[in-house]
Design a protein around this ligand. Structure first.
Ligand code: G3H
Ligand code: 13P
Ligand code: ZN
Length: 328
């Protein structure tokens, strides 16, 4: 059944678990996410980015998610729009039947220029007014996602701030968060706490203090009823990185957010955990390996099944680690 982000995350907060929000672009990702959820009895958040709409087209994306709900009627599914760049984009998603939208007012409409606080409040407030009238939840974002190591947003080809970000932009301010929530009425808030989008988050193996846990605690204490969202939460699996490179790929050395640190964040108020890169890496690695090992094959279903299986294993592992399992 389709449920809103607010309904899903209120339950997660009550029972102290987190929910991975996986990006979806195609049938294989959708099946992987749903089969993993069915096997672990987990509620689901699937999110569609601007890139996904461009790739699949809005009607296909919408029906992909509706098909999942039809095939698995007992699993609660939140249909979320990722990184909306304007109220108009969010309005279209609401009309399409999404049960949740993100208004990312931390950046201007170009999706790369950091905006002013007042701009962010204004566009987000507008979306909340529109969405809540339709029973749709809203996620806002305060602070700019980026690496504390480099001051860079990290995402090479997608959404993310351009140029150098200073330390104060890279960590969400708890007082500002309280004011933002009061002025906008968002259901969930994406915060900047040291993560960044894409595969190239950290250049060295993490040593256990990637996330600004103290900052998460402070923000959570100020806005306890608003669900915290962590973007850029892929763990960048080293085993898949190795397989990609073993079978003809060329990815550089890189590290992500360790699952144990995400679990620590969940203990302190993080409820929605955005993951895209991990599934991209698993499917690419599985396809490269499958094609290399079965050179006579020309049936796409064979390597796409391998990709689906690889993504499904990641989804199951996250549902289990975040405590989502058993809560559908
Ligand atoms: O937030 C970024 C997500 O990883 C989606 O990126 O627009 O390339 O689909 P995308
Ligand atoms: P990753 O690139 O770490 O998977 O983050 C995805 C994300 O935040 C989508 O909004
Ligand atoms: Zn994001």
């Amino acid at each position: 059944a389709l449920i809103s982000l607010r309904q899903l995350l209120d339950h997660a907060a009550e029972y102290g678990y987190g929910v991975p929000a996986f990006n979806v672009n195609n049938l294989e990702q959708m099946r992987a996410i749903m089969e993993a959820a069915a096997e672990t009895d987990s509620p689901v958040i699937v999110q569609a980015s601007a890139g996904a709409r461009k790739y699949a087209g809005a009607p296909f994306l919408r029906h992909l998610i509706l098909a999942a709900i039809e095939e698995w009627p007992d699993i609660p599914v939140c249909m979320h729009q990722d990184h909306g760049t304007s109220p108009a984009v969010c309005q279209r998603s609401i009309q399409l039947g999404f049960s949740s939208v993100m208004m990312d007012g931390s950046l201007l409409e170009d999706g790369k220029t950091p905006s002013s606080y007042d701009y962010n409040v204004e566009v987000t407030r507008k979306v909340v007014e529109m969405a809540h009238a339709c029973g749709v939840s809203v996620e806002g974002e305060l602070g700019c996602l980026g690496s504390l190591e480099s001051g860079k947003a990290g995402e090479e080809d997608g959404i993310g701030a351009e140029g150098h970000l200073d330390h104060s932009q890279l960590l969400t301010d708890p007082n500002e968060a309280a004011d933002f929530v009061k002025k906008t009425g968002v259901d969930a808030l994406a915060i900047a706490i040291g993560t960044s989008h894409g595969a190239y988050k950290f250049t060295r193996p993490p040593t256990g203090d990637i996330l600004a846990i103290e900052r998460i605690k402070e923000i959570h204490a100020r806005i306890p009823t608003v669900h915290l969202v962590m973007h850029g939460s892929s763990s960048v699996p080293q085993e898949w990185l190795k397989i990609i490179n073993e079978y003809g790929g060329d990815m550089g050395e890189t590290y992500g957010v360790p699952v144990e640190e995400i679990v620590e964040g969940i203990k302190h108020g993080v409820r929605k955990v955005n993951i895209d890169t991990d599934l991209r890496m698993a499917s690419t690695g599985a396809i490269r390996k499958n094609l290399a090992e079965d050179r006579k094959n020309f049936d796409p279903r064979k390597y796409l099944i391998a990709a689906t299986k690889a993504m499904k294993e990641i989804c199951k592992a996250r549902y289990e680690a975040f405590g989502t399992a058993g809560n559908a």
